[in-house]
Design a protein around this ligand. Structure first.
Ligand code: ACO
Length: 343
């Protein structure tokens, strides 16, 4: 059983509120029908087992994760009327950084004209955005910073083996970004992050890091791609996502009637439905984008917020829950800060 603090962890009267959200998905669509021409699969199998109908792929030469992250951040700054000079910190959650170094956050800042501020990447696979949000919330709650951009961006197509039908149907490319600011009324009330490194054997990329640097041999053996034992990951994902959602509900005295939206990581529609069922939330209050974007890793949750922004009202209670490689998992309970119509 995971160790759990008994009370909510963020005690400051100042909360980090999401005051804007924006997203970017590349224009190229990879449909299930196209995948069925590449590997031995079918639209029926993919839809029935995952809920995915299509995903976006970043194809331009020389374009990495930063391209999508910068598109999302530029749109976010424009939409919220925020000058680059007003941003105090930028955090990018990604598992597919442009480079080993510098960080993708550094690169995005440069591309968006955000200068002389702290910026760094957070690597927690599919839980990356929740982790980054939990970190950013501390800087706002302590009064250290007033404007923080949190980006979740991944170019999964860069590390997917398009001859492996078990993984290539699952992932897509995309980016989402939120702007955080201080509020005494709305914002992040609670967050928890967890990990278990023993999960590595089920989900990892074998080569390309310092343990097995890239060589002609590692490339020939296709070791630079996602290795996933789907069935094992599936079981952990449901258990852990439900666990964080339940724990956040318990320690914040929430019930299935008082949670307005579950915002789950989008890995598999069946995982999402099982998580919602365990906390007794009807599917109408569960954000879903997996059918059109697939699993965009750190980008799934901000892309959900972007997609559903027009439906959200100030005061809505949102439960974010994610699970990913590591294993990592985590959740955030927040109240939404604005009505889209008023922004
Ligand atoms: N098309 C057709 N058949 C397929 C495909 C495909 N694309 N992929 C696998 N199959 C076959 C398998 O070969 C197997 O055939 P067999 O019975 O003859 O051996 C059969 O379908 C069933 O395979 P399973 O792996 O048992 O299928 P399952 O129902 O578990 O679905 C899936 C597989 C979709 C991968 C599921 O296990 C899953 O979603 N796992 C979790 C993924 C996830 O949550 N990842 C976490 C985040 S990722 C990150 O952090 C980077």
């Amino acid at each position: 059983m995971t160790k759990q603090p008994k009370k909510a962890v963020l005690k400051s009267p100042i909360r980090a509120a999401i005051i804007g959200v924006h997203g970017y998905v590349p224009p190229d669509v990879l449909t299930n029908a196209k995948l069925a021409q590449m590997v031995d699969t079918s639209d029926e199998w993919i839809v029935a087992r995952t809920g995915i109908r299509e995903r976006r792929i970043l194809t331009g030469k020389g374009l990495g994760t930063s391209h999508m992250g910068a598109e999302a951040v530029r749109g976010l700054l424009k939409k919220t009327g925020t000058a680059p000079a007003d941003v105090d910190l930028l955090i990018c959650a990604t598992t597919t950084p442009d480079f080993v170094f510098p960080s993708t956050a550094n690169v995005i800042c440069d591309m968006c004209g955000i200068r002389d501020v702290g910026s760094f990447d957070v690597q927690a696979a599919c839980s990356g955005f929740v982790y980054a949000l939990a970190v950013a919330a501390q800087f706002i709650a302590t009064g250290t910073y007033r404007r923080i951009v949190v980006v979740g961006a991944d170019k999964m197509s860069a590390i997917i083996d398009y001859t492996d039908r078990a993984t290539c149907v699952l992932f897509g490319d995309g980016a989402g970004a939120v702007l955080l600011g201080p509020s005494r009324t709305y914002g992040i009330i609670d967050a928890l992050i967890r990990s278990d490194g023993a999960g590595m054997k089920h989900l990892h990329q074998k080569a390309g890091g310092s343990r097995m640097p890239p060589t002609a041999e590692t490339v020939a053996k296709r070791l630079h791609y996602v290795h996933q034992e789907g069935a094992a990951v599936y079981k952990f994902a449901i258990a852990r996502m439900a666990e964080v959602a339940t724990e956040l509900m318990r320690r914040n005295r929430l019930t299935s009637d008082t949670v307005d939206w579950l915002v789950p990581h989008q890995a598999n529609k069946r995982i999402i439905e099982a998580t919602a069922a365990r906390i007794k939330l009807p599917v109408q209050r569960v954000m879903l984008t997996i059918h059109k974007y697939g699993n965009t890793t750190a980008a799934t949750i901000p892309l959900c917020l972007w997609d559903y922004e027009h439906k959200l009202r100030a005061g809505d209670r949102l439960l974010l829950a994610a699970f990913g490689g590591g294993f990592t998992w985590g959740g955030v309970y927040l109240t939404w800060a604005y009505d889209r119509r008023r922004v």
